[in-house]
Design a binder for this molecule. Sequence first.
Ligand code: NAD
Length: 379
Amino acid sequence: MGQKLRMGMVGGGPGAFIGPVHKMAAELDGKIELVAGAFSQSAERSKAAGISFGIDPERAYASYQEMIAAESRRENGIDLVVIATPNHLHLPVAEAALSVGIAVMSDKPATATYDEALVLRGVVEKAGVPYGLTHTYAGYSLVREARALCASGRLGAIRKVAVEYLQGWLSKPLEATGQKQAAWRSDPALNGPGGCIGDIGTHAFHLTEYVTGLKVTWMNAALRRVVPGRRLDDDCNALLRLEGGATGTLMASQVAAGEGNGLRLRVYGENGSLDWKQEDPNRLRVKWLDGPEEIWHAAAGYLSAGSLAVTRLPGGHPEGYIEAFAVLYREFAEGLIAWRAGKAGALPATLPGIEAGVRGMRFIERAILSDRTESWVEF
Ligand code: NAD
């Protein structure tokens, strides 16, 4: 490939968490370069971030509207926008970019509410421009392997799923201290109505459907606000029913004191099971009804082609969160280039997109309804 794709970022200002991760991941494979941004709601802080990212200061804008207008006029304007802001801005920024033909790579959740997600789907369809969603965990090579294993049928019919996503960082009322990440996440106007269920429950839900290939059909969820004064849920337990008769549990918590980023998925079939943990991402445990437990290592020659295709280093050289993120960016970049060349269906099915986004928002909406009515709800 000749020139790199030019990326503009919204969010990722001084002190932000995920914006700088997007830059690292997007640039890892040499296909994309950050050249512009509206990094903060403050013009001054946006400039400061632009300087720290080493971009042309003229291209650090005071607002996303200004960035999209100015970049659309440039001959070498941006090819894609990455959205790394609090959730309430995901729809308006995506809409502004897509409507002028600029591709979008958005962080999750797709929007702040389910109704907004339906609007966004209409916008994506009308624009016909590539849209990707960074459900990061879909980029791990052993998650791809787990997906291939389920699809191969070797585990047999899937009967049970246990997914958990446990964090402890909101065990105290951190939002009351003004801590940036906690403050907007506990404000329904900026975050949307689902707290923990939206922030990390959506990742667990996505991983479940992504790996098993089965859709969740029914759910009975209980959401709690454990920390006094907190406005949104911080702890969730849900029972699931999936296509084909499997059942499951989904546990998500941000008040599990001592936990870091404890995402774990176990899938049980008739013949065997798999067990993957995000904090130990280069090992996949596979257990058989009639055989010994196996530990499959990332990058090992016996893995599927789809898993090896997203591995960068020889076995034993750990890859992690940033590399997984970068896999999604690489797929997006290749898809965007193919789309420009007029190829239909340019984005691969392995890359989460608008349908995963709508599904995730449906999950949040259903969980809140189930909790409120104390009943099973259908998807
Ligand atoms: P953060 O608070 O650290 O960063 C948000 C940034 O957005 C800040 O720099 C803020 O100044 C900026 N911002 C706010 N309003 C803006 C505006 N009007 N214009 C431009 N910038 C604006 O939050 P975060 O933890 O980085 O989360 C951001 C998003 O990323 C959220 O949607 C979150 O759900 C998602 N996220 C995803 C993952 C993942 O694994 N994929 C991990 C963390 C966060």
